[in-house]
Each structure stands twice: as C-alpha cells, then as structure tokens.
Design a protein around this ligand. Structure first.
Ligand code: AMP
Length: 191
C-alpha cells in the first residue's frame, strides 16, 4: 500500500503528474478540487457552498473538507494506494489525514513537493483558464490562490520535513523528466 501526497502551488502540475502516476502504478487518485467541481456540476448543496469559496480563491473550511475526504476514503473499496492531490492544504488537514489513515491501518509514505517558479505558475494558470474556461483561473483569483498557498499551505513543507517524508521535485521542464523524478522517489520508498 503506497499512499503519497502530491504537493505544490496552484499550477504546479499536481493533476497532470497524478494522472501519469496513476497510469504507471495503478493507484487511486483523489483530487479534492475535482471532487468539489463535480459537486458544483451536479448542483448539490455542497457544490453551492464550495463554489463561493472557490470563486474567491479561498479554501473550503477544514471541518467540511475533512468530512468530504473521509467520505471519499470510505468509498474506496480495494486500492493499491492513494495519491492525494490538493489535500492536505493546511496543518489541520494534514493532522486529520494522518488520523483518517491511521484508523484504516495506513499512513502517508511520501510527500512530493513540485517546485515551480511563481512566474511559471501564473503563466500556466492563465493559459489553463483560456483553454478550459476554469472560472478560478483568472488573474485576480490566481493572485489570491497563490497568497492562500503561501500563508496556509506552504507551512506543510516544514511539517512533512519533520516527519522525514518531504521530497522536492523540480516541477518545470519536460513532463517525462518530472515524472521520472517522482517515480524514483516512489520506487525508493516502496523498497
Ligand atoms: P484545486 O483543483 O486543487 O486547485 O482546487 C481548487 C479549489 O478548490 C481551491 O482553490 C479551493 O478553493 C478548493 N479546494 C480544493 N482542495 C481543497 C482543500 N484540501 N482544502 C480547502 N479547499 C480546497
């Protein structure tokens, strides 16, 4: 069972690399952003609540987000492991994830931190907004999301460093090179 957290600022390529990791290792991908966008699409109460925060570039409150993740984990029957993409985003969420996994006799094995310069992040997000029409990929909301990342999410790097689970990967350049770096970390951890 290999559980990993793929970490990084908005636009760092977490989703793109997660898809490739899933293909290679056959593990389960949980993207909390995707879960929320699916709720918005379905027009559920949860989706309506989430939309307000997402449009403002703010995080969904921890309590709600942790409940959502617990439900997603309950829905997974058999899995070779999970790649957590976009969760945790706060220390409170990281502590909750530890607890949720411990209750299932599991843990996070590695945290992979995709490091990308801020100007590259902004360019990528603006381009994605143009291509996909994703509403929070506009310049104003991007700025807010990056601020939220720095204040609320970035401290997780230290948290995972203390647990000796933090691994940095250069998150720009050739997609295949990035994947190769990620896989070498995963392969070493699995041994
Ligand atoms: P993402 O697709 O991961 O960039 O997430 C898009 C938006 O969904 C974020 O800007 C947040 O508003 C919300 N979101 C996703 N994951 C979380 C989380 N773990 N905690 C709080 N908010 C989240």
């Amino acid at each position: 069972m290999l559980n990993s957290v793929i970490f990084g600022a908005p636009g760092s390529g977490k989703g793109t690399q997660s898809e490739r990791i899933v293909e290679k290792y056959g593990i389960t991908h949980i993207s909390t952003g995707d879960v929320l966008r699916a709720e918005i699409k379905k027009g559920t109460e949860l989706g309506k609540t989430a939309q307000g925060y997402i449009d403002q570039g703010q995080l969904i409150p921890d309590r709600l987000m942790i409940d959502i993740l617990g439900n997603v984990l309950d829905g997974i029957k058999e899995s070779k492991g999970v790649i957590f993409d976009g969760f945790p985003r706060t220390i409170t969420q990281a502590e909750a994830l530890e607890k949720l996994l411990a209750e299932r006799g599991q843990e996070v094995a590695v945290m992979i931190d995709l490091e990308v310069p801020e100007e590259v992040l902004i360019t990528r997000l603006i381009n994605r907004g143009k291509q996909t029409g994703r509403a929070d990929d506009n310049e104003e909301t991007i700025k807010k999301r990056l601020q939220v990342y720095h204040t609320q999410t970035y401290p997780l790097i230290e948290w995972y460093k203390e647990k000796q689970k933090h691994h940095v990967v250069k998150g720009y350049g050739e997609l295949d090179d990035i994947l190769a770096d990620i896989c070498s970390i995963i392969d070493t951890t699995r041994k």
